[in-house]
Design a protein around this ligand. Structure first.
Ligand SMILES: [Cu+2]
Length: 192
């Protein structure tokens, strides 16, 4: 995940925010947004996952009830295009903490999330930023999954930037640090 703007699909529908290229939440029905949200995880998870939308208050609102503990959002940021994500309960806490600008995530156990379409983050002067700032550039991330737990590159020796191994610590050195794993969730075979 990258920086997160609190943007309700309805606010997006009203045409707020920057102009988007290609598909956009604002041109989608609620049904299409639900489908998009669920497409962030492998089918084996998505088929029983719930769906949430981001409220204007930054709180997650349930749209479809989860039967497996996972929930999906049609977009975290919708900029420049929807970046759907599916996540377990711990990551739900992580996202809510991030959105409310809490000092640290409230999850007390590690959480897993999936972004099968990839996402975006902001970079400036070789640093990964938690929020957009002047002069920062948008960097596209490939399909990935994430492990939300505050690992540090100092302790683990894992890189704090994208690198050829495909694994790195995003927001290294902050309480919102998490492990980015550039593996396509759709390539995982369902456990029999
Ligand atoms: Cu991330």
């Amino acid at each position: 995940m990258g920086s997160v703007l609190i943007q309700h699909p309805v606010a997006v529908a009203a045409g707020k925010g920057p102009k988007k290229s290609g598909k956009d939440l604002k041109s989608m029905s609620q049904e299409e947004q639900i489908k998009l949200a669920l497409s962030a995880a492998p089918t084996s998870i998505a088929k029983e996952a719930g769906v949430m939308f981001l409220g204007e208050d930054g709180k997650l609102m349930e749209v479809k009830k989860s039967a497996n503990g996972f929930n999906c959002l049609p977009a975290l940021e919708n900029d420049p295009e929807p970046d759907p994500i599916c996540f377990d309960a711990a990551v739900g806490q992580f996202i809510e903490s991030f959105l409310s600008k809490a000092e640290k995530p409230s999850n007390t156990v590690p959480g897993i999330s999936y972004m099968a379409h990839g996402g975006y983050h902001w970079e400036k002067d070789g640093k990964i930023l938690m929020n957009k700032e002047p002069g920062a550039k948008r960097v596209k991330e490939p399909p990935h999954w994430m492990l939300m737990w505050p690992f540090t590159s100092a302790d683990t020796r894992l890189p704090s930037r994208p690198n050829p191994s495909g694994v790195w610590i995003m927001f290294d050195g902050t309480p919102f640090a998490h492990l980015m794993v550039y593996q396509d969730p759709n390539k995982m075979k369902e456990k029999k």
